[in-house]
Design a protein around this ligand. Sequence first.
Ligand SMILES: [Zn+2]
Ligand SMILES: [Zn+2]
Length: 318
Amino acid sequence: MRAMVFDGVGQPLRAVRRDRPQAGPGQLLLRVEACGICRTDLHLLDGEVPVAAPPRILGHQIVGTVEQTGERFGVPWLGWTCGACAQCRANRENLCRRARFTGCDVDGGFAEYAVADARYCFPLPADWPAEQAAPLLCAGMIGYRALHMCGDAPRLGLYGFGAAAHILLQVARWQWRDVYAFTRPGDVAAQALARELGAVWAGSSEERAPVGLDAAIIFAPDGALVPIALDAVDPGGTVVCAGIHMSEIPAFAYERLWHERTLRSVANLTRADGREFLALAPQVPIRTHVTTYQLEQVNEALADLRSGRLTGAGVIVP
Ligand SMILES: [Zn+2]
Ligand SMILES: [Zn+2]
């Protein structure tokens, strides 16, 4: 099969031919229909999040089919957990220290075939276009977990308007929240998409929100946004950092956190988050805006994500 592998930090993914993987006990062998790219892939490439035992196939938003049965599944970032530790037993498998992540600790979906532990895969309806469904599997699911952390906040800010935010905005509108979208300065395409999807306001992250917010989610990996978002939320408000990695957060006066503002991170997802989100997706209904790339174009796709040229979500179609 054709695959794109990660060899080491700072190197582009490399096209290889490999034997088709074999499904072990409890695993599914899937023909990859589509696999979404994610900012986490950039953190893996840059060495900000370590990749286990390269060469490794990245890609953790896989829509695939079992060829013998035609059954369709989604494979998310959470690939395996121990099931025995205190976190696993407390329904926080997202925090399992022994967890293995798809396209990081085990091979992922930038390939023609992938194997996955069946217990961590989600059945997907046959009529969802694969490239539309792929971004739901990380951007959507982990974004949804972040939205949960905001409680019932009626005025929600989203910092960094990429794959996750464009999905979350649709869920938040459906929940009758007002959404304020903050993009990179000058990213008029992302601001236009945000308005089209129902944001009441869209502008640059350097601008002040026109109203006090009840909560804000930071998807951009820029630590400098943390004090900015804290200033944007009213007393009692929450700021959620939804990425796996962020640049250093600058020191800030306690005053900015004072008055019971909450600052927290969100890590990974649980299977319950995934099931709940996939049940919600057709009710909204969520429409993802995707740009598709061929398998061998994955480096180009990741470069587009890094530079901000990509609006919405990027998806690899092998
Ligand atoms: Zn991801
Ligand atoms: Zn565990």
